[in-house]
Design a protein around this ligand. Structure first.
Ligand SMILES: CC(=O)SCCNC(=O)CCNC(=O)[C@H](O)C(C)(C)COP(=O)(O)OP(=O)(O)OC[C@H]1O[C@@H](n2cnc3c(N)ncnc32)[C@H](O)[C@@H]1OP(=O)(O)O
Ligand SMILES: O=C([O-])CC(=O)C(=O)O
Length: 396
């Protein structure tokens, strides 16, 4: 090796890396990339608004379909508008046979998030609006994607258990239909409510990594399906949407409430991270986690299984004691997996169910960004050598 490597000094103060070319905002923390009227977060007070409505009110009074309408259209629907939106979704739920076959082939060996990526990419071939990036066509695509994601996830669940695909039932609401397509029977209202509230709470969150990935894609004028595949792929990681699965695995590993404190203390002592804790924006208790904790408590009582609620409560106590002073609190993923577990949903489906809701936010942000469009193309500070002489292979 004859080339000389330039020596570079790189230091970090957390948010900023000092590089030879100037400061780099590490992980783009607090960097503004667009204006938005979709959602807003007060991270210090722990408040979330969708289109100006406080999440506490939407969680109490709204449902997935109405909140999705709000996210897409910027205002709550009238009764007629809501009925028409629900019927649009219901009519778009079924999957083309070719996509069902693809899921059947992949499901026995592939994680549902990988199958979601593949199936969404495959669905693009069947969308009559695929080459039209107008706002009207993109809205129709967003509705189709919102309607079809639950069907893909349910089909994965069925095929990986050697069960048949169940066609959607138009008479059912979005959440109830999803559970029906998974388990083959119409759910009770408590189970449908647990999924519905989860979907309302996850529908949008300003510009997390997955939404940013969606925006980067759409900024190239690619189609909405491709941009949503970017969102799904980015959501999968355990630092983001994959944390709900990881948090539930943590509680299963802990096993009983009295083992929670020593488990957490050991983990933190080893400098490891607790899944479902911490957030780039919230330096307070995630308001969604507060809401969903209550649902998990009620669901645990109604199912006669308080074990995981009690384990999580013990973990929460240690977090509040040891990490809150650093701005680390439970996030939505801390509690959500427990509800899914109590509904009999295996943990590999928790992140796909997150995607089933966030597809609305991804699509809305992509459509909003197309109005203020500019290609995303940042720079990197090159720290390698230049003009290295090429040495023929026999002389290396
Ligand atoms: C729906 C969602 O996507 S919500 C997020 C879901 N993700 C998780 O729950 C995974 C666990 N949490 C984390 O890894 C982080 O809190 C993140 C990725 C969510 C946000 O992290 P960032 O804003 O990048 O914070 P960063 O990684 O810089 O950590 C800051 C400090 O807090 C600590 N920290 C952050 N999260 C945790 C955690 N979960 N457990 C223990 N310590 C933590 C870090 O070790 C670091 O400590 P240090 O300053 O002593 O080195
Ligand atoms: O906002 C973030 O960074 C992560 C996210 O998607 C959420 O909390 O819902």
């Amino acid at each position: 090796m004859s080339e000389t490597v330039t020596k570079v000094e790189i230091t970090t103060t957390g948010k900023v890396i000092q590089s030879p070319c100037g400061p780099i905002i590490h992980g783009l923390e607090d960097v503004l990339v667009k204006t938005t009227a979709i959602s807003d977060i007060d991270g210090r007070k722990g408040i979330l608004w969708y289109r100006g409505y406080n999440i506490n009110d939407l969680a109490k009074y709204s449902n997935f379909e109405e909140t999705a309408y709000l996210i897409f259209n910027g205002r709550l629907p009238t009764r007629t508008e809501l009925e028409s939106f629900k019927s649009m979704l219901a009519k778009e739920r079924d999957l083309p046979d070719e996509v069902v076959s693809t899921i059947r082939v992949l499901a026995p060996r592939a994680h549902p998030m990988h199958v979601l990526e593949a199936a969404v990419a495959g669905l693009a071939a069947f969308d009559p609006d695929i080459n039209d990036n107008s706002p009207e066509a993109n809205f129709r695509k967003a509705v189709r994607l919102t309607a079809k994601l639950p069907s893909i996830i349910a089909a994965h669940y069925r095929f990986s258990r050697k069960l048949d695909y169940i066609r959607p039932k138009e008479s059912l609401a979005h959440s109830a239909n999803f559970l029906y397509m998974m388990f083959g029977q119409e759910p009770d209202s408590t189970s449908a409510k647990a999924i519905d509230l989860y979907l309302v709470l996850h529908i949008d969150h300003e510009v997390p990594a997955s939404t940013f990935a969606t925006l980067v894609s759409i900024s190239t004028w690619t189609d909405l399906y491709s941009a949503i595949v970017s969102g799904i792929a980015t959501l999968k990681g355990p630092l983001h949407g994959g944390a709900n699965e990881a948090a539930m695995k943590q509680y299963l590993e802990i096993g009983s409430p009295e083992k929670a404190r020593p488990y957490v203390e050991k983990l933190l002592g080893e400098g490891k991270r607790l899944m479902g804790v911490g957030h780039r924006v919230y330096k307070a208790y995630d308001p969604r986690a507060k809401i969903y904790k209550e649902l998990v408590r009620e669901l645990s009582q109604s199912k006669g299984n308080m074990t995981y609620y009690n384990i999580a409560s013990e973990v929460e106590a240690v977090v509040l004691e040891k990490l809150a002073s650093k701005g680390l609190y439970p996030n939505i993923d801390f509690w959500s997996g427990i509800a899914m577990y109590l509904l009999g949903i295996p943990y590999e489906y928790y992140t796909p169910i997150f995607a089933m809701s966030r597809v609305v936010g991804w699509s809305a942000h992509a459509m909003e960004y197309l109005n203020q469009h500019r290609l995303f193309r940042p720079r990197a500070c090159y720290v390698g050598p230049h003009d290295v002489p090429y040495v023929p292979i026999e002389k290396r």
